[in-house]
Write a protein of this length. Structure first.
Length: 82
């Protein structure tokens, strides 16, 4: 089963997923990254206003290639696949 990592990047640095997660396919990994983004979005009002638009969830494969870039500020909008 493929291994994926879900990192969170912001103006404060990179919160790197060191363990990752095994998921059956890219679709399942995409859904997992969206879950992480939605959990972060629930805490939107607690985040410093200036930093909110810098937060990005990144889905990375086992070859350390970024597959998905999800800006938290656009969670309800467009998602960019790479």
């Amino acid at each position: 089963m493929p291994h994926y990592y879900i990192d969170v990047r912001s103006s404060f640095g990179l919160d790197e997923d060191m363990d990752g997660i095994e998921l059956p396919d890219l679709s399942a990994a995409h859904a997992e990254a969206l879950k992480v983004g939605r959990k972060l979005r629930e805490r939107w009002t607690e985040m410093p206003h200036d930093a909110r638009h810098d937060i990005v969830v990144e889905l990375v494969d086992e070859g350390f290639r970024t597959l998905l870039t999800l800006p938290l500020s656009e969670l309800e909008g467009r998602i960019v696949l790479q």
